[in-house]
Design a protein around this ligand. Sequence first.
Ligand SMILES: Nc1ncnc2c1ncn2[C@@H]1O[C@H](COP(=O)(O)OP(=O)(O)OP(=O)(O)O)[C@@H](O)[C@H]1O
Ligand SMILES: [Mg+2]
Length: 374
Amino acid sequence: MLLETNSNLNFEELYEYLEQHKSCFFQEWTDQVLLDPHDIFKDNIKDNGLMMYKLVRNTLLGQIDKTQLKELAIKVAHERFEANSNIGDFVFNVNLGRSILVKFILNAGLENEKLQMSVTLVNQQFDQFCYHTVTKYTEIKNQELQQSKHFISQSHKDKLAILGQMSSSFVHEFRNPLTSIIGFNKLLRSEYPNLKYLDIIELELDQLKFRITQFLHTSKMDIVGDSKKKVELKTLLEDILNFLYPSFVDVDVNVTLMMKEDLKIEVYQDELKQVFVNLLMNSIDAIQQKEKPREIKITVEYKLDEDVMIQISNNGPAIPLEVRETIFEPFFTTKDLGTGIGLYVCKNIIEKHNGTMNCLSDQDETVFEIRLPL
Ligand SMILES: Nc1ncnc2c1ncn2[C@@H]1O[C@H](COP(=O)(O)OP(=O)(O)OP(=O)(O)O)[C@@H](O)[C@H]1O
Ligand SMILES: [Mg+2]
């Protein structure tokens, strides 16, 4: 609470005394004040100091003007912000003014009670001034921080938009010839059912088509014609395991699918496929950094009318906590040839299904857990 002036005490002499010593006070203050020569408001500092001096002096006559003090504090906070100055310098300068002023008061020859009272009054004014200025300054700085955060996320979105444009033109240029190659390959197979290598060509073409579709998901475009349909989850997972079979053999990993009876769920089938393929391909990459035996497990658990929980786990190296916090960000990758969009795409697709996706990882295993509402 602010101390009000005691009416029995007459501060007029002190007021006069300070008026007479104003220029001495200012000389001493400006000699020691911290001032950056590049400060765009350096000329205002003296005026602000004078104003503060006046306000403090007025309080000695019982004229405590809280509004004016606060207005001055807000003005100074804006100037300190725009000058991009260190707020510590400001606090130093205010306290310097306070010390000099108190020193003058101590030398004014006041009796004890008056002395105590006036020093308390002066200190209260300086404390209030400092408080309001630093509070306002912090508020403006925080606003600036928020804006720059917004800017960063905006430029992040711009990056994605560019990637989107790149991928859609990429897709246009590649998809048409790819479709006809796949078609001609099928024709060849029917005309020459015993011709060698055609199945390998078909598999490779399917992988290529899959990769291209991945980019389509990253750009905001939805795949044309893709709509939700009821699919059998176990069948879908088995198809994917067959699709990736050559890669599993390549790294010599034991893959198990643990799911009791099949379950029908309504999903965007191609997109959900994409999620599982991405997660399994990441597992394949990770597991290669580990000695055999190598394990990849897919576990599906559900209760009727609740969520279905799908866990894809591998016994590869642990993902450190600080890495785990960023793996779902677009373009985050630790791989030489990675693009860092796999998990970002997965998370988006799962959220589009109103589901959630998490990662748990320790020395024994890394688990990606998906929950989808039934
Ligand atoms: N199962 C896993 N075990 C260990 N680390 C993983 C696993 N899955 C993902 N990561 C880490 O997360 C990063 C991001 O994965 P993400 O799938 O988004 O991109 P990527 O695999 O690097 O590239 P791509 O765009 O080709 O998928 C990886 O680079 C890897 O460091
Ligand atoms: Mg990946």
